[in-house]
Every structure is written in structure tokens, then in C-alpha cells.
Design a protein around this ligand. Structure first.
Ligand code: COI
Length: 354
């Protein structure tokens, strides 16, 4: 692999106020880029000033969506260390998504080196503030100018950085979700387990409709029977029913979330029963009727832990935990963010120091 070339920006931008970040609206001064060709494989890794890129209008990504992406966060701890959270998991998942989309896989150590160098250069973009972090968005696009439907012969991998606040304006306060019955996000044999743009594109219509009706997110059901819970918009989902925590099993149509995996590991380490299995909406309604649906929450890199205060399914409106953040959701949020930010012991070895 060629060595990393670095070109620093001569025109540094003004940074936004940490209190007004929102999610994904500002971008740091630099970006990482690497090219792929059949002859050279992945080559020419470089860090350069952040800015627009030129692509041929016939670049395959514009027509057939051959693309994958990831989401990670960087933090500065109280003693000034720069850390990532389980980056090995994201790089592994990126390559799994590549495999599904027929995109050539990337050597994880090369990409991790590019990401860490980029963060060191733009470290001043890690925002202060308890709920803030520097969001890292690696992505790969098919760049070959060609309208044939096949795998591209050339690709561009890029990493951009965005200082972010909480994903939902609600922060750690509960969101209300709409259980989608008309549209489907993923199905057996599809791309639901891959982090690829088309999954999100297909979700936008339902998301917009739900928003118009006053809900923050859509809960997707399985694509075969519209019966079993899959995931919520940009998060995996968990339910606490009568002391047991249940999350849909990774069936191939659900994203294998890093936060999901971390929550399961923490629950196990706390001795709380947790099962990965099919969860039918009917089962949740029944548990709710009996007063046993104690908590519900979503998990994701962007959202961390997002409590769910109510679910609308057809005519039914289920209020969960009195619309308040549950004890377990709060404990998980505090523990995960505490480990990420270096405030808690990292006995599971999840922090990665840059
Ligand atoms: C993340 O949690 O990192 C995601 O990728 C969700 C995103 C689509 C906002």
C-alpha cells in the first residue's frame, strides 16, 4: 500500500457553537480519500482539505447506488486522550457490507490509520459538551463512468468528520415511534444487514409520513409477515418485558449494531436476562396489556440509547414507562457514554486510544 499523503488546508473554517450542533450539519477542515482500480487495488491514500469532489455524471453510484458507509464517533476524555469506541467492529461491518454490495474490501489497518491520522489533524473539531462528539463517516462509492448494471471497476473511499450533538432533538428523552405497516425496509435475502444507502433511501417515505403525523421514528416490521419487529429507523431496538430484555435476532435483514452488541454484553455482565429472538408486535401488545412492557429503547452510534416513550400500531397507542426514560435505559446510556468518554473503567477493552 502507498504511504499516506497529507495536504493541509490553508483555509481553516470557523467552528460552530457546541450548543447548536444538531446532527451532521458541519464538517471539519480535512477529509481522507483513497482510490480503487482493478489494476492497482486500493491505492493513493491521502488526507486533504475538505471540499467538493468531481465525479463523472455517469459514475455508477448515481445510477445503481453501489455504495456502503459506516458511522463511528471520536471523543476527547477528561485527561485529553482522543478515543474511538470499538473501531474494529465498524471496520469489520464495513467489509461485510462491501461483500454484500460487490465492493472490494479494504484492509482494516490502512483505513484505521487514515481515520486516526485524520482525527489527530482535526482534533480541535471534537466538540465539548456532554452529548457531543465528532461523528466519523467512512463511505465507499462506485465511480466508474458506465451505465451497465454490474460491479464498478473503480471506487472512491472517503472519510469525513462532523461535530455532532444528539441525533434526536429529544436527546435522552423518550421518542414516539410509528409502527410501519404499509412499507417494508428489508426482507430475507435483501440488503437489510448491510449499511448501504438504498436501505435508507427506501425508508425515507415512511419516515416523512410518520413525522407528519407527529412521530419521530418508524419501527420496521419483517418483510414477509409484517408481524415481527426488526429495527427502528436508524437504530436497533430493545424491549424490557417482565424483567427480561429482548431484542430481535440478527436474521440477515437487521443491521448488526455496535451499540446493540455492547448493550447485550453489558446486560449479560450485569446478570440481566437478555435474549436475541423473534419479537412479535402481538407479544408486545399482550405484555403491555398485562403491565409487563417495562421499557423500550433504540440503540445506535448516532443515537447512543434513545428511550421509546410510545408506539403507535394501527389503532393502538401504547404508552411505555409512563413516557419517561426508564431506569435501565438511563443506566445503559450512562455506562456506554461513560466508557466512551473515559469516565468509567473500560473492563471490556472497548476504548481505542488514538
Ligand atoms: C449511525 O448510528 O451511525 C448511523 O449510521 C445512523 C445514521 C444513518 C444516522
Amino acid at each position: 500500500m502507498d504511504s499516506l499523503h497529507i495536504e493541509l488546508s490553508q483555509n481553516l473554517k470557523q467552528k460552530p457553537e457546541p450548543s447548536a450542533l444538531g446532527f451532521g450539519q458541519y464538517f471539519s477542515d480535512h477529509m481522507f480519500m483513497m482510490e480503487y482500480s482493478l489494476e492497482k487495488g486500493w491505492h493513493d491514500p491521502k488526507i486533504m482539505p475538505y471540499g467538493p469532489i468531481a465525479l463523472d455524471p455517469s459514475a455508477m453510484v448515481f445510477h445503481y447506488g453501489q455504495e456502503v458507509f459506516e458511522g463511528m464517533k471520536a471523543y476527547r476524555t477528561a485527561i485529553g486522550e482522543l478515543v474511538l469506541f470499538r473501531p474494529d467492529m465498524n471496520l469489520k461491518r464495513l467489509n461485510e457490507s462491501c461483500e454484500r454490495l460487490s465492493i472490494p474490501q479494504v484492509e482494516p489497518s490502512t483505513l484505521l490509520q487514515g481515520i486516526t491520522e485524520l482525527i489527530k489533524i482535526d482534533a480541535s473539531w471534537i466538540p465539548s459538551g456532554e452529548e457531543n462528539a465528532l461523528y466519523i463517516r467512512p463511505f465507499i462509492i462506485a465511480t466508474e463512468p458506465c451505465l451497465g448494471v454490474r460491479a464498478s471497476h473503480t471506487y472512491k473511499l472517503m472519510v469525513i468528520l462532523s461535530p455532532v450533538g444528539s441525533y434526536y432533538p429529544e436527546g435522552i428523552h423518550p421518542v414516539s415511534i410509528y409502527v410501519e405497516q404499509r412499507y417494508v425496509r428489508a426482507f430475507r435475502g435483501g440488503t437489510g444487514a448491510a449499511k448501504t444507502a438504498s436501505n435508507y433511501a427506501a425508508s425515507i417515505k415512511a419516515q416523512e409520513d410518520a413525522k407528519q403525523s407527529g412521530y419521530s421514528q418508524v419501527l420496521w416490521l419483517d418483510g414477509v409477515e409484517s408481524k415481527y419487529v426488526e429495527e427502528v429507523g436508524s437504530m436497533n431496538v430493545f424491549f424490557k418485558v417482565n424483567g427480561e430484555v429482548i431484542t430481535p435476532a440478527l436474521s440477515g435483514s437487521i443491521l448488526a449494531g455496535v451499540t446493540r452488541d455492547s448493550v447485550i454484553a453489558l446486560l449479560k455482565s450485569w446478570g440481566i436476562p437478555v435474549s436475541e429472538r423473534k419479537v412479535a408486535m402481538e407479544e408486545l401488545v399482550e405484555a403491555h396489556k398485562q403491565g409487563l412492557l417495562e421499557e423500550a429503547f433504540g440503540t445506535g452510534t448516532a443515537a447512543v440509547i434513545s428511550p421509546i416513550g410510545s408506539m403507535k400500531w394501527g389503532e393502538l397507542e401504547l404508552s411505555i414507562g409512563g413516557g419517561k426514560t426508564g431506569k435501565l435505559s438511563k443506566k445503559l446510556y450512562d455506562t456506554i457514554t461513560g466508557i466512551q468518554r473515559g469516565q468509567l473503567d473500560d473492563s471490556l477493552g472497548w476504548r481505542y486510544r488514538i
